[in-house]
Structure formats: structure tokens, C-alpha cells
Design a binder for this molecule. Structure first.
Ligand SMILES: Nc1nc2c(ncn2[C@@H]2O[C@H](COP(=O)(O)OP(=O)(O)OP(=O)(O)O)[C@@H](O)[C@H]2O)c(=O)[nH]1
Ligand SMILES: [Mg+2]
Length: 217
């Protein structure tokens, strides 16, 4: 009985995700869904990404948080369209929340929509929202054991951004182990090592992103 209920929720979500996908296709917008645990650096990476796009590629952002508007304010100050979703307790975004946020995003005027999911290492990966790529962000401060302990997010993502590499000298963490274990879960994962703080390594991430815009959308 419980399993039936869960599968019906996921079916309904999938139908709405397909509607969102259709809308993105119509407007030729490439959509990434960025997931990580709280504080791994999603908003910082999005800020650096928007600055690096420098208006040449037009972006919009949907911010997902349990409550508050802090992240949307950070992104809004960069002059790009942004909508804040407050889930009111839910640990992930779902397709219906994105559908309801979309009227606030001028899809006809943008090439890239970045969705920042709620900070959580598990739930966001369970829900498609109509994105073309899920992207996982792992900060090295979380430890190198995370891929094998929280495999789903790594399995569902097309790209893994390993963040906060500037902290390497202060941590007992093996980035090689993160890479090796992540690839054992998902051999086709694209992996980038960055410091969103000082923009080290950001060009590899930007090349990947730019390479998908107008191709996969
Ligand atoms: N040292 C260092 N700090 C970083 C880096 N990226 C982000 N931070 C810091 O980490 C903290 C959290 O960054 P956010 O970008 O807000 O993280 P987030 O994933 O958006 O957080 P939530 O939205 O709450 O889940 C901030 O104090 C950032 O300045 C980095 O590459 N290196
Ligand atoms: Mg954030």
C-alpha cells in the first residue's frame, strides 16, 4: 500500500517534469539542477558562473530553500531574473514547484536556467523537475567518504563539481578518492575541481556548461 502511494507521487511528478521539459524545449533553454548538502557552495558557484557568462549567455535562476530569500537576493543583485521557492519544510524541489515558479522567469529571453535545489545530500536526486542535467556539488570539507555513503546523487548526476579546493592544505581529504569512488558509481560523470571562492578551475566547468547550451536544450 505504502509503495503504491510512493509510486503514484513519483508518476505525477514525472508527468509535470515532462510538461516543464516541453516548455524548456520550446524556448530552447538548457536547464541544470544543482544539488549539494547545505553550504557546499551552490550559490557561490552560481554567482561566479553568472559573472563568467558576462551577459553573453543569458541566464535565469530559480532558488530553492526551506525558507528565506537570502540566496535569491544574492543572485538578484547580479541583475539576472530570479525566483525564490520556499518549500516550507520539504527537503527537495519537485516538478510542480518549478512549474509554479516558471511564470516569473522570462524563458523567451534566456539560454540557460540554473536551478539551485534545497541543500540536502539525498532527497533532491529522487525528483526530476524537467532539467537536462543534474549537477552535484561536493565540497572537500564534507570528507572523501561521501560518494559511497550517499550514492544516489552521484549516480543521477551528469557532472560533479568538487568545490572548496582552496581548503585542501587544511583538510585530511583525498580528492583522488572522491574521484575514484564517484566514477565507480557513475563512470560517465564529468568531474571538475574548483574553488568557487577564488574561481580556480572554473573555466572547465564553464566550458562544459557552454558546450551544452543550445545543443541539449
Ligand atoms: N573556502 C571556500 N569557501 C567557500 C567556497 N565556496 C563557497 N564557500 C563558502 O561556503 C559558505 C556557503 O556557501 P554557499 O554558496 O552559500 O553554499 P550553498 O550550497 O548555496 O548553501 P545552502 O544554499 O544553504 O545549501 C559561504 O560562507 C561561502 O563563502 C570555496 O570554494 N572555498
Ligand atoms: Mg545557497
Amino acid at each position: 500500500m505504502k509503495l503504491n502511494v510512493v509510486s503514484r507521487i513519483l508518476d505525477a511528478n514525472e508527468r509535470l517534469a515532462e510538461q516543464n521539459r516541453e516548455l524548456f524545449r520550446k524556448h530552447n533553454v538548457f536547464v541544470v539542477n544543482i544539488m549539494s548538502s547545505p553550504g557546499a557552495g551552490k550559490t557561490t558557484l552560481i554567482e561566479k558562473t553568472i559573472r563568467a557568462l558576462n551577459g553573453k549567455i543569458k541566464a535565469g535562476v530559480i532558488e530553492g530553500d526551506i525558507q528565506g530569500t537570502a540566496d535569491a537576493e544574492r543572485i538578484g543583485s547580479l541583475g539576472v531574473p530570479v525566483v525564490q521557492i520556499n518549500t516550507g519544510g520539504a527537503c527537495h524541489l519537485d516538478a510542480n514547484m518549478i512549474k509554479e515558479a516558471l511564470p516569473g522567469i522570462p524563458l523567451a529571453d534566456i539560454d540557460l536556467l540554473i536551478i539551485e535545489n534545497v541543500g540536502n545530500l539525498v532527497c533532491p536526486a529522487e525528483f526530476n523537475v524537467g532539467e537536462h542535467a543534474k549537477v552535484m556539488l561536493l565540497s572537500i570539507a564534507e570528507g572523501d567518504d561521501k560518494p559511497l555513503k550517499y550514492p544516489l546523487m552521484f549516480q543521477e548526476s551528469k557532472a560533479l563539481v568538487i568545490n572548496k579546493t582552496d581548503l585542501k592544505p587544511y583538510l585530511d581529504v583525498s580528492v583522488d578518492k572522491i574521484r575514484k569512488d564517484s566514477l565507480s558509481l557513475n563512470p560517465s560523470l564529468e568531474i571538475f575541481e574548483v574553488s568557487a571562492r577564488n574561481s580556480d578551475g572554473i573555466s572547465g566547468w564553464m566550458d562544459w556548461l557552454s558546450g551544452h547550451i543550445h545543443k541539449d536544450s
